[in-house]
Design a protein around this ligand. Structure first.
Ligand SMILES: Cc1cc2nc3c(=O)[nH]c(=O)nc-3n(C[C@H](O)[C@H](O)[C@H](O)COP(=O)(O)O)c2cc1C
Length: 206
């Protein structure tokens, strides 16, 4: 009997040309995370295992697959900023994903202009349409369903400061598509750009 569905148990492999997980769970917002080491070196890196978890207070988070510089800095300082990646910043964001020594500042590496945050001690991407300044609320090591500790680290932070470029506000309403955010798709290189053509409205049932 043939089935309309390809079924697999991830622990036994997907039996496809590419792991579909990334393409299915996509496109994903990119957490472009700026941190500062305790030695004072600025760090900037993209994380697409990224999301919003609460609106009041606003909380966001990202997962580091392995113990990376960003999570190490957040553990030391308790602070990070999230910077929205617009289409114009795509190449620069990509450059900051390089694996470089902790002493290297990825703002300088990628030629990105930085500004100081206002309520935390970290930098932000000056040309980004939006920056959230965040304070660490939880740093958790993920566990599998059988309780095995994984080398996956979830960082959750409360948004304690918000910078929104005024040209993305119209009559007090933030214009999501105008900022042209890019999102991560599947495969090695797939991205999507948000534009107003993709927008539709649907109200909740009464
Ligand atoms: C678009 C994009 C998304 C990424 N998402 C993640 C992610 O969710 N988790 C992760 O561990 N690495 C992710 N990476 C890889 C990291 O950016 C890369 O390992 C980087 O060197 C980490 O920098 P850091 O050590 O300065 O924190 C991503 C890379 C790109 C280009």
């Amino acid at each position: 009997m043939t089935s309309d569905f390809h079924f697999y148990e991830p622990r036994h492999g997907h039996r496809l040309a590419h792991n579909p997980f990334y393409a299915i769970m996509g496109p994903r917002m990119i957490g472009w995370i700026a941190t500062r080491s305790k030695e004072g070196v600025d760090n900037l890196a993209p994380y697409s295992f990224f999301g919003a978890y609460s609106a009041d207070p606003p909380m966001i988070g990202f997962t580091s697959e392995g113990w990376k510089d960003s999570v190490d800095n957040v553990r030391s300082t308790g602070e990070f900023s999230w910077n929205l990646v617009s289409r114009d910043l795509a190449q620069a964001m990509n450059l900051t994903s390089q694996s470089v020594p902790a002493e290297m500042d990825e703002f300088e590496l990628a030629g990105i202009q930085k500004s100081e945050c206002r309520v935390i001690s970290a930098s932000r991407v000056e040309d980004s349409p939006v920056t959230f300044e965040c304070r660490l609320s939880e740093l958790s090591q993920l566990r599998s369903s059988s309780g095995t500790s994984l080398d996956q680290w979830l960082v959750l932070g409360e948004v304690v400061g918000v910078h929104v470029r005024k040209n993305f506000l119209e009559h007090g309403v933030y214009q999501t598509a105008k900022a042209r955010p890019i999102l991560r798709g599947g495969g090695k290189a797939e991205y999507f750009e948000i534009s107003s053509a993709l927008r539709f409205e649907m109200s909740r049932p009464e």
